[in-house]
Design a protein around this ligand. Structure first.
Ligand code: ZN
Ligand code: ZN
Ligand code: FE
Length: 757
């Protein structure tokens, strides 16, 4: 037999997902000899055998990779035959190799769901997992990823599990959280001072309570959930009261994909996202109604499919096709992860609490994503995404980026990789700030990270900025919108100058005003603010975000003078007279009315103007409802003026008011307003490009979570011949800003800028 040898190089998500044991089994199956090894560039395979078998192996490999793995590049080339006698896995040698091995959590795989019905020691076992699936980041305390470094360490493997764990041909070879009905963790139901540990009874009682309209708490993978019937308005509104969550939409878990199709409109890309191994909450259009207060004023709802064995077991028995499954916390606190707190805090607002006795070490919320222009867009990056690294084409070792303040994530640099933290939340909440600090410490330990340089927002009062100030290392303050664009550049691997469009709610500007509707020409090192929305006073400062009508008043008075109150009485009809007078007084006397160029505030004003949302109960409610109201398929847009790089929306407001007075529907006006914003974008980009010759455009900032704006801007810019870059795997909102901060600091260090506090 003629022996040939080949080397195969594979790049992509191939580490920490059971890839090497998979390659081993495939090689043995094909009767091939050689080795497989990990290094920081990917997986390398040395194969020896007859030509026919080698070919078969190479064609079978991509088709049979583990669910959570993905291949971006696979090359093979002939090498010298070394006459291996068997096939073996070579261990990762350097520390940096180990680091890439922290895999995110992986939803339970199909093979395990089958095993749950057939393997005698795992019948209905709710913690079943294998090398291809199960908890990872949430249970890891330290590296290397080994059972004793996870919260599974307290469970002693039984003989059966140990045999599987040690058998390289078994799917559970080196599956660190391996467990079964005899040796692993178990669930406990706590109800009215009594406990129940029989799983069948727990599921039975959970179904009874949920079907009867009760609220229960269930321990998830990265934290607790609160669950209830999403079709029962009384139950859903009770949940709102008990959780002190007035209007923010609730996420759902739907039984399976078939059921999801009945209730939601799902396109092929959304299907891929929904059914993939990460199981994020996907924002989808509603087809069949749920209880009205699930997502008030919106035409979408966030839905996910079961991702823990327990979820599958629950839906097997439950008579409801879906559940509200919202984060188990009160108000804005971080989600509860430990059992004692759950029993105390969540126990007080629920009928029963279902716990289990494996600890969650790293808290992760459910991730949230949507699809725009056929691409996945992550807007909350947490469970099953963190801590997957982002590849950079520059060195970021030792850089800590603190992030912003709302929807905070921080970021650390390890060599040519950026590791974004899981979603942390709003740092103004005391418990969340604690979680921030704790998570930083845990990332330092887990990734052997020592910060040498810190990057922070320019905002003097951000708590993340405060945190950096007390570190004893050099720090660089970075303008918020520059960081947004840099984040988009880093995600897309571009380093040439771009025209950056950074639209969001708020960010500290270099002139001390509030920015948020910015066009800048920038690279990592510097930015040049080329154009922005006209400054409008923001009466009451941050408080306006709760009262979009205030922003409407500010816009109208700014453009048309105080007379507008007498001329357009209809617009001010339902506004409290006293409050209106206070706002007018603030505007007139320039009291507590910082100037803003924010796109978010512009959307607030229009949402209020159209009577869609005048007061809010959660962040970005007014723009979200404005987007939901927009009627699809309409053409036309409103005029606007650009003088000396200041974009004035005065003509647009004139026409919107006219149309409103002529009885035009808010849905039509909203659609035209959205088109107006994309026209502003394209028009301004063309001007800047004409002046600078730049053809690359980067879109970032929370406003690009608006699907209409994102899709229109991308399409129109592309058809005008620009190369358009936007976010996909990193949030465009402030949850993605740390990546930009990190990139800017890295590049500044590269050119030898040194920072002193
Ligand atoms: Zn599995
Ligand atoms: Zn066992
Ligand atoms: Fe922002």
């Amino acid at each position: 037999m003629h022996i040939v040898a080949k080397k195969i190089e594979i790049k992509g998500l191939v580490q920490g997902v059971g890839f090497r044991p998979f390659v081993y089994r495939l090689a043995v199956e094909h009767n091939l000899k050689g080795t497989v090894e990990n290094n920081n560039r990917g997986v390398f395979i040395h194969l020896e055998g007859n030509d026919e078998q080698l070919k078969k192996f190479i064609s079978a490999l991509p088709k049979r990779i583990p669910e959570a793995a993905s291949i971006t590049v696979m090359d093979n080339f002939p090498v010298k035959v070394e006459h291996f006698r068997d096939f073996s896995i070579i261990n990762s040698r350097s520390v940096s190799d180990e680091i890439t091995e922290v895999s995110p959590d992986i939803g339970v795989c199909h093979a395990c769901l089958d095993d749950m019905k057939t393997q005698p020691h795992r019948i209905n076992y709710p913690f079943i997992n294998c090398t291809n699936c199960g908890p990872r980041f949430t249970i890891i305390k330290d590296l290397p990823y080994d059972r004793r470094q996870t919260t599974m360490t307290v469970f002693e493997m039984c003989d059966t599990c140990r045999k599987e764990y040690s058998d390289i041909l078994d799917r559970r070879f080196h599956a660190q959280p391996i467990a079964c009905n005899h040796c692993g963790p178990w669930y406990t139901l706590h109800e009215k001072g009594k406990t129940e540990e029989n799983l069948e009874k727990i599921i039975g009682e959970a179904c009874r309570l949920l079907e009867a309209g009760k609220i229960i708490a269930i321990k998830g993978l990265g934290g607790y959930h609160l669950a209830c019937n999403p079709f029962d308005e009384k139950t859903v509104s009770t949940l709102r009261l008990r959780k002190s969550r007035e209007g923010k939409p609730f996420a759902l878990m739907v039984k399976d994909f078939e059921t999801a199709k009945e209730y939601l409109l799902i396109n092929p890309e959304e299907e891929k996202l929904l059914t993939g191994w990460r199981k994020p909450v996907v924002l989808l259009k509603i087809k069949k109604e749920f209880a009205p207060s699930i997502s008030i004023g919106l035409n979408t709802v966030g839905a996910m499919l079961p991702y823990m064995p327990f979820h599958h077991l629950l839906f097997e028995k439950l008579k409801l096709p879906a559940l509200v499954l919202t984060s188990g916390n009160l108000s804005d606190e971080p989600i509860v992860i430990d059992n004692t707190t759950a029993l105390k805090k969540l126990g007080a607002v629920t009928e029963a609490v279902i716990t289990y006795n494996r600890d969650i070490h790293n808290r992760t919320d459910d991730s949230v994503a949507f699809v725009a222009n056929k691409k996945e867009r992550v807007i909350r990056r947490s469970r099953s995404y963190a801590p997957s690294p982002i590849q950079l084409n520059f060195d970021a070792e030792g850089i800590f980026a603190a992030g912003a303040e709302l929807v905070n994530c921080f970021c650390i640099g390890k060599g040519n990789q950026a590791i974004m933290s899981q979603h942390i939340g709003d740092l103004k909440n005391m418990e969340t700030l604690e979680f921030y600090k704790e998570s930083i410490q845990r990332h330092e330990r887990l990734f052997r990270f020592r910060s040498q340089l810190a990057a922070m927002d320019m905002h003097p009062d951000y708590l993340s900025t405060n945190y950096v100030r007390q570190l004893d290392i050099p720090a660089v303050a970075i303008q918020h919108h520059h960081a947004h664009i840099a984040s988009c550049m880093a995600e897309n691997g571009i380093s040439e100058k771009v025209i950056g469009i950074s639209f969001d709610g708020t960010g500290y500007g270099t002139d001390g005003n509030i920015w948020g509707g910015e066009f800048m020409v920038c690279d990592y090192l510097d930015f040049d603010r080329k154009a922005h929305f006209e400054y409008i006073p923001q009466p009451g400062g941050d408080a306006v975000t709760k009262h979009p009508w205030r922003m409407m008043t500010a816009y109208l008075v700014h453009y048309f003078g105080e007379n507008v109150l007498n001329e357009q009485t209809e617009l001010f009809k339902n506004i409290d007279q006293k409050e209106l007078e206070i706002v007018l007084f603030m505007l007139k006397n320039k009291i507590n009315s910082p100037l803003t160029s924010s796109a978010g505030r512009l959307f607030d004003a229009v949402s209020a103007l159209l009577g869609i949302c005048r007061d809010t109960t959660y962040h970005a409610e007014a723009p979200m409802r404005l987007e939901a109201a927009a009627e699809a398929g309409l053409q036309g847009f409103y005029p606007f003026e650009i003088t000396q790089n200041i974009i004035s929306m005065k003509p647009a407001f004139e026409m919107m008011i006219n149309e409103l007075n002529n009885g035009e529907s808010p849905g039509t006006i909203s659609a035209k307003f959205h088109r107006t914003i994309s026209e502003v974008i394209v028009d301004t980009v063309k001007r800047i490009s004409h002046e600078t010759g730049i053809r690359d455009v980067a879109l970032s900032g929370g406003t690009f979570q608006n699907r209409i704006i994102l899709e229109q801007a991308e399409r129109q810019l592309a058809s005008a011949g620009f190369d358009v870059y936007s976010h996909a795997h990193i949030p465009s909102n402030d949850g993605g800003i740390a990546l930009g901060q990190l990139a800017i600091a890295a590049k500044k260090r590269e050119v030898g800028e040194f920072f002193k506090r």
